[in-house]
Each structure stands twice: as C-alpha cells, then as structure tokens.
Design a protein around this ligand. Structure first.
Ligand code: PEP
Length: 245
C-alpha cells in the first residue's frame, strides 16, 4: 500500500490561501504517495472544488450524531453528502481543549465509519506520561477504549495516528526508533484484537514531520505515513513530504 500523508490544516488559511495552495500543489503532485487534506469545515467545499481529483478531502472533527438539534455541530452524513472522505478524531488538541476522551470517541468512530467515511483515530502520550514510562500502556488503553465493541466490518475504514503530544507543533520529533517502537506496539494490539485486520490497518506518525525527517520516519517497518500540521500548510513542503520535490 502507498504511504499516506494527511495534512491537518487546523484553523489556519483563508479562502485565498486555499486557492494558492492548490494552484501550486496540483501542478507537481504525482500520486507517488497518497495525499489527503483535513480542512476547516467552512472551507470544505472550496477544497473539494480546487483539489486535484486524486487528493481526498475530509475534516478535523465532526458530531457523533448524524442529524438533529445539535446547534453548531457538523454532521458526518453531511460530509459524506458533500463527497468527503475522512474525519480526524481525537486529535490531542480536541482532547486538551474540548475535553474529548477515548471512551467518548468510541461513538464518534462508530458513526463516522457507519456513514461510509474513514475514521483517523489519534492516540498519543504527553511528555510527563512518557517520562513516567507510561507510553505503551496508555496507548493500549486509548486503543481499547476507542475501538471497544466496534464491528469488524468497521476496521477496514479505520486509520490510527500515533501522535506523541510533546512532538506536536513543538519542532521535537520522535526519533524513528521511538516512533517505530510505539507503532509496532499498536500493530500488535490491533492484530491480537482483530486478527484479520491488524496487519492491514494504516498507522500514521504525527509530530513535527518535516521534509528533512520524513524519509527516515517513513522507512520504518510499521510507519505507513504521516499526519502533518505545520509542514502541510505550504504546498512546497507538503509536496516534498509526498515525495514530489
Ligand atoms: C498535528 O497537528 O497533528 C501535527 C502533527 O502537527 P505538527 O506537524 O505541526 O507537529
């Protein structure tokens, strides 16, 4: 399977920036690696219109409900209706600033996948948890809670993103060995929980992935791609991550 790079644009860019990005990106993108963009919900229609067809577009969060009286929420069904492909769920900023928990995310993962979208479920430890030696057990809890009672059919539309919180937006990257250790652990949890799928699930690394460190990270056995914040904002950088210099 091709490596996958997901750009998480967070709450950045205006409509002009989005147009500028795709003007440059579309010209040079060769589909050597898969490229997906997670935009702000309000920009989704222009991303969908301006991107080259081989790029897939999605969101950074959505409701666990499909419709109804939930003022201000974005429905996964509406995203699917607009040709959306995926949703990032449980990003550490959602956990930190909006109180999301792995247990609560379990329902969102189910709804998103049941609506025909791909769920990109984020897990990761803080610096103090790493220093206390809790990384592997914490990741295991996050995976069990998020995936508990998910139907097996759902797992084909699941991606896991390992994002150590201390590496997000800080310029500190996990070393390839540190990342590979956690990815192998995630792979073994998935394989023992879901024997038919664990080996096939894409596991992405996120945390200060940049053009100058992407190749050694992607060379690791269990790293199937990257979830990228800062370096996805400029077309030139994101192209470099996608192997198109
Ligand atoms: C992210 O926000 O998911 C992320 C990994 O950000 P950055 O690449 O800027 O560290």
């Amino acid at each position: 399977m091709k490596k996958l790079l997901i750009g998480n644009w967070k709450m950045n860019k205006n409509s002009h920036d989005v147009a500028e990005f795709f003007k440059s990106f579309n010209e040079k993108y060769t589909v050597k690696r898969d490229a997906w963009i997670a935009a702000q919900a309000i920009h989704f229609p222009i991303v969908e219109e301006l991107k080259t067809p081989s790029v897939k577009a999605g969101l950074q969060n959505c409701s666990e409900h499909i419709e109804g009286a939930y003022t201000g929420e974005v429905s996964p069904r509406s995203l699917k209706d607009m040709n959306g492909h995926f949703v990032i769920l449980g990003h550490s900023e959602r956990r930190q600033f909006f109180g999301e928990t792995s247990r609560g995310l379990n329902a969102k993962i189910r709804t998103v996948i049941n609506e025909g979208l791909v769920a990109v479920y984020c897990v990761g430890e803080t610096l103090s948890e790493r220093e206390a030696g809790l990384t592997l057990s914490l990741i295991e809890d996050q995976i069990h809670q998020g995936l508990n009672d998910q139907s097996k059919a759902n797992l084909e539309n699941l991606i896991i993103a390992y994002e150590p919180v201390w590496a997000i937006g800080t310029g500190k990257t996990a070393t390839p060995d540190q990342a590979q250790e956690v990815h192998a652990h995630i792979r073994s949890i998935l394989t023992s929980k879901f024997p038919a799928f664990g080996g096939k699930t894409r596991i992405l690394y996120g945390g200060s992935v940049k053009p100058d460190n992407v190749e050694e990270l992607l060379a690791q056995k269990d790293i199937d791609g990257g979830l990228v914040g800062g370096a996805s904002l400029k077309a030139k950088d994101f192209l470099a991550l996608c192997g198109d210099k």
